[in-house]
Design a protein around this ligand. Structure first.
Ligand code: 13P
Ligand code: SF4
Length: 366
């Protein structure tokens, strides 16, 4: 595709979102990427959090974590370029061991994925033998390998219910666990000293002491007295920052605003919102409803992407909160990823095989 053709395509979508001077520059990069993608028989997957110029130019598929895992599982291309973060690229590799999976930046991590180690999961399994382990897809491959099934924000409730077990270990997002506990009518309890700091900088766990003493107990469940979820104190550094005060302040200024939140936000924020769902679910909600204003409590770039697709709708944004990891992925880095075949994602085969089972079970649950 020629740069001019790409520029016109991007302009049609992004005229009101991205200044023309930036569009022209990015259209050249995007056109070069499309050319290389064709030459190298690559597919580009783009998460909903990608910045608008990238989101609306180079991906073959855009979507939420579950969607993109499904696309990764179906591709016949030789190379998968993942415009997202490392745990997503690892999931693509778990599903496609013979393909080359590239992540355009080495710095695209995730605070949730960093909050738990495989040894932490093994300690919990020793303490609760036979209790099924669900891990959020926002974890690294060795953690997935320790779990029975993975989930994403779009199928977490269905995954927990599919297990038909009174007790479920649900890792590592404290807030997602609390939100799913509420939806499934369960109590949630946390090991007393489960860390709140990212694993590389927190002191090592002492499993027997930690998991035998219960910490607080969030009574978010209610009716399901016998049904318990065992959580972990991981959090998304983006979604944990949204507060009920933010919501109240926005509602005071825009009384008819509709507020959507990702389930990685606190249960209090979710309860104060009008709708909560995965990134795909929020996009669909805005598409299918008509309100004077919308505010999406999630990575800010997604507000831009929704605004571009819905020019008749007014999207408010709280852009002081950004995902530094998703923002590492740029058109420049994606071009270099294809040119220089970097950064190649590898997962050791023994870990991959065990993680594969958990990811495949997740993909089967809609
Ligand atoms: P989704 O699965 O809803 O796309 O969310 C992924 C994510 O990282 C949210 O912070
Ligand atoms: Fe991780 Fe949060 Fe960024 Fe999603 S938004 S990739 S959960 S840090």
């Amino acid at each position: 595709m020629k740069a001019q053709e790409m520029y016109l395509k991007m302009k049609a979508r992004l005229e009101k979102i991205v200044p023309d001077v930036e569009l022209r520059y990015k259209a050249e990069l995007a056109a070069e990427i499309i050319e290389l993608k064709r030459e190298k028989n690559a597919v580009i997957l783009g998460h909903n959090y990608m910045e608008p110029a990238l989101y609306y130019s180079i991906p073959d598929f855009v979507g939420d974590s579950l969607d993109l895992s499904r696309k990764a599982a179906q591709t016949e291309k030789d190379i998968i370029v993942f415009c997202g973060v490392k745990f997503m690229a690892e999931t693509a590799k778990i599903l496609n061991p013979t393909k080359t999976v590239l992540l355009p930046s080495e710095k695209a991590g995730c605070s949730l994925a960093a909050s738990i180690t495989a040894e932490d999961v093994r300690a919990l399994k020793r303490e609760f033998p036979g209790v099924p382990v669900v891990t959020y897809v926002n974890t690294y491959a060795d953690v997935k390998a320790e779990s029975d099934i993975c989930c994403t924000s779009s199928n977490a409730k269905a995954v927990v219910e599919s297990l038909k077990s009174d007790t479920v270990i649900f890792l590592p997002d404290e807030y997602l666990a609390a939100n799913v506990a509420r939806e499934t009518g369960r109590r949630i309890i946390f090991p007393a000293l489960a860390p709140t700091l990212p694993s590389p900088i927190r002191p090592p766990l002492s499993p027997h002491f930690e998991v035998q003493k219960w910490g607080d107990e969030r009574g978010v469940g209610g009716q399901g007295r016998g049904q318990v979820m065992i959580g972990w104190r991981g959090r998304c550094e983006v979604h944990e920052k949204f507060t009920v005060n933010d919501i109240e302040a926005v509602r005071a200024q825009f009384p008819d605003v509709v507020i959507l939140s990702h389930p990685e936000c606190s249960p209090e924020v979710v309860a104060a919102s009008d709708f909560s769902g995965s990134t795909n679910a929020m996009i669909k909600y805005v598409e299918q409803t008509k309100a004077p204003h919308y505010l999406v409590l999630t990575e800010c770039a997604m507000g831009d992407n929704i605004a571009a697709a819905n020019p008749d709708k007014d999207m408010l944004r709280l852009c002081s909160v950004r995902c530094p990891h998703m923002n590492e992925i740029t058109l420049e880095d994606t071009l270099n990823a294809l040119k220089l075949n970097r950064y190649v994602i590898e997962v050791p085969e023994d870990i991959r095989q065990r993680a594969y089972q958990a990811v495949e079970r997740m993909i089967a649950i809609g």
